[in-house]
Design a binder for this molecule. Structure first.
Ligand code: NAD
Ligand code: UDP
Ligand code: UDP
Length: 318
């Protein structure tokens, strides 16, 4: 880190900082006055996401794979490194599992040695194809251990286990967030997630690709709301370990999402049907009572408004 740093400026490590969520988090932490070290392997993130931060005097970037040990001096760690879209995490499932498990182990070892607080970007995927709806943190989930999504789901579950064991064994201060589908500017146009796919397709005048009959549901959170939740969770009392759901509780079918994107983009598009991938969860919606009570947090941005901002962003790429 920068040796000339102001004595009491907080030193924050963001792994996966060049990704979609990580780049927004780095930006927020810098504007809050922190010194930020962004560590990324550039597996699914890009330099373009952080290019506007490179000249900032308190921002540093290190190319590094978190499944290898890392020695830095740090006060807080946000562990976001992991490919997040099904297309990316299934491309090299062993890499995904190593990133989740060995990455968590290394970052926890780092937190133990430095005494840093550590935040884990866990996921609603730990609930699998949920039989409890909406999903509460006390639900243990319904996850296939040997399917095509397992590298991600089980990797994140194992990471949560490591977090709680480091907390119990070594007193590491942990903050585990279970993130539900989030969207916004800087999603990669080719990362295959539904919001970016639909927006890109609508702007190109192509048919929107609905997998299955489009009756499956998701609850979409705008990125700025989510980042506010991250920062509040990190700042919460040490006895708040999580897991805490962070997401928007407004639930939509994929078909409803397609209709909204079509309407807001003003594009004359059609939809087409493609096969539903295996183990695709049929419903998903967070119960956010815990986040409301512990963090005073709830999303502020409705899907319609967040989609309008996202569509504006994707128009600038065209
Ligand atoms: P993303 O793919 O845009 O970002 C992930 C970043 O991690 C990328 O920059 C990638 O290059 C980096 N990375 C991957 N493997 C790495 C490794 N081994 N070492 C170092 N860096 C590595 O995805 P995102 O949407 O920004 O997701 C960030 C985190 O949030 C992930 O951990 C993801 O599982 C979690 N999450 C995201 C969502 C969502 O809807 N966006 C939902 C649930 C959980
Ligand atoms: N580790 C790291 N940076 C550190 C301290 C530890 O990357 O500053 C790694 C370390 O290499 C090990 C993991 O974190 O792979 C767990 O470390 P810990 O000290 O908890 O366990 P041990 O090394 O005793 O197995
Ligand atoms: N989906 C879709 N068309 C697409 C991409 C995704 O219908 O072009 C569906 C997908 O099958 C899933 C939902 O949208 O039911 C959300 O998919 P995404 O990959 O965004 O996230 P996740 O499945 O991880 O929630």
């Amino acid at each position: 880190m920068n040796r000339n740093r102001v004595a009491n400026r907080k030193r924050v490590l963001v792994t996966g900082g060049a990704g979609f969520l990580g780049s927004h988090l780095c930006e927020r932490l810098l504007s809050d006055g922190a010194e930020v070290l962004c560590v990324d392997s550039f597996y699914s993130g890009t330099r373009d996401n952080i290019r506007h931060l490179l000249a900032h005097p308190h921002f540093e970037v290190l190319r590094h794979d978190v499944s290898e040990p890392l020695t830095v001096e740090i006060d807080e760690i946000y562990n976001l490194a992991c490919p997040a879209s099904p297309v990316h995490y299934q491309r090299d499932p062993v890499y995904t599992m190593k990133t989740s498990v060995l990455g968590a182990l290394n970052m926890l070892g780092l937190a133990k040695r430095t005494g840093a607080k550590i935040f884990q970007a866990s996921t609603s995927e730990v609930y699998g194809d949920p039989e409890v709806h909406p999903q509460v943190e006390s639900y243990w989930g319904h996850v296939n251990p040997v399917g095509i999504r397992s590298c991600y789901d089980e990797g994140k579950r194992a990471a949560e286990t490591l977090f709680f064991d480091y907390h119990r064994m070594h007193g590491v201060r942990i903050k585990v967030a279970r993130i539900f589908n989030t969207y916004g500017p800087r999603m990669h146009p080719n990362d295959g997630r539904v919001v970016s796919n639909f927006v890109v397709q609508a702007l190109r005048g192509e048919a929107l690709t609905i997998y299955g009959d489009g009756s499956q549901t998701r609850s979409f959170c705008y990125v700025d709301d989510l980042i506010e939740g991250f920062v509040r969770l990190m700042a919460s009392d040490d006895n708040v370990t999580g897991p805490v759901n962070l997401g928007n509780p407004d639930e939509f079918t994929i078909r409803e999402l397609a209709d909204l994107v079509t309407e807001i983009s003003g594009s004359a598009t059609t939809v087409c049907s493609l096969p539903l991938p295996s183990d695709d969860p049929t419903q998903r919606r967070p119960d956010i009572e815990k986040a409301r009570a512990l963090l005073g947090w709830q999303p502020q941005i409705a899907l319609r408004d967040g989609l309008a901002k996202t569509i504006d962003y994707f128009r600038t790429l065209a």
